[in-house]
Design a protein around this ligand. Structure first.
Ligand SMILES: Nc1ncnc2c1ncn2[C@@H]1O[C@H](COP(=O)(O)OP(=O)(O)OP(=O)(O)O)[C@@H](O)[C@H]1O
Ligand SMILES: [Mg+2]
Length: 263
């Protein structure tokens, strides 16, 4: 379970350019829930993921993962239980290392020896997993990752994140840099891995249709706040047109006034 309590993030504190980017965010995501986050550019979506991952310092509030307060823990330490796939296909893998070594490292994340000896058994296991991607990468285990395409790299990053069994998987528009075909493949793969491992996920997307379709719960952010939180019947009854109308209301400040969509 992921819990954010009164989370505030600000840049340029005490200067004229002081900008409060997250404003008192309260959020509880139960284990196994798939959450989508939508909102206009600059709403604070990436910063929300940064707060969970520990890549940004909190001005106030706490982040709890499975009940323990991780607010003071640096990003590298938190990466043991937080998986992340970014928009940039180059960000998630080590380009100068082989497909096999990247996978082996992911399967050992958080242990003492980062790069384990790849025993024949581990190699067989990883080859099986990578074959399931359906991209022929099992034939290219010894090749360096920087020879793969963006879509292949993103699929590999996703598989690596899932292999590490994170308490939460953070996805930040992770198909946005891919062509439509690869975007579809990676979307399908995401769905499969999340289901197979029962992963808790928080996915930022600009695709409202997909957000409605794939998530159990949909959050809308505006100016550093969660202004709508839809799940169950409220989400089922929502469509893209309805979301666009909600955006309009958020911009007009009306969601904050009545708080109707926040439980
Ligand atoms: N390191 C930083 N220093 C100063 N301002 C920052 C920093 N990181 C983010 N911001 C600001 O915080 C605000 C929220 O940024 P964030 O990246 O979270 O938005 P977003 O919702 O992910 O937008 P997008 O849809 O464009 O990715 C923006 O105004 C941004 O300029
Ligand atoms: Mg962003």
């Amino acid at each position: 379970m992921i819990r954010l309590e009164g989370v505030e993030v600000a840049f340029g504190l005490g200067t004229q350019d002081e900008r409060r980017v997250l404003r008192g965010v309260e959020l509880e995501v139960p284990k196994g829930q798939r959450v989508s986050v939508i909102g206009s550019n600059g709403a604070g979506k990436t910063t929300l993921l940064n707060a969970v991952a520990g890549s940004v310092r909190l001005a106030a509030g706490r982040v709890l993962i499975d009940g323990s307060d991780r607010s003071g823990e640096p990003e590298w330490m938190r990466s043991r239980c937080v998986g992340r796939v970014r928009q940039d296909p180059l960000a998630g893998t080590a380009g100068e290392m082989s497909v096999l070594d990247n996978l082996a490292m992911a399967s050992r994340k958080g242990r003492r020896r980062l790069l384990p000896a790849v025993t024949p058994r581990l190699r067989r296991e990883l080859a099986e997993r990578v074959a399931e991607l359906g991209m022929g990468l099992e034939e290219r285990l010894r090749e360096n990752v920087n020879r793969l395409s963006g879509g292949q790299r993103q699929a590999l990053t996703l598989l690596m994140a899932a292999l590490a069994r994170p308490a939460v998987l953070l996805l930040d528009e992770h198909t946005a840099a891919l062509d439509p075909r690869n975007a579809r493949i990676v979307t399908e793969l995401t769905r499969r891995l999340v289901a197979e491992h029962g992963l808790t996920s928080i996915a930022v997307t600009h695709d409202m249709g997909r957000a409605l379709e794939e998530a159990d719960r949909l959050l809308m952010m505006h100016e550093g706040r969660i202004v709508a939180d839809l799940q169950g019947a409220a989400k089922e009854g929502m469509d893209v047109e309805g979301l666009v109308a909600l955006f309009g209301e958020a911009r007009g400040g009306r969601l904050e006034e009545d708080g109707a969509l926040l439980r």
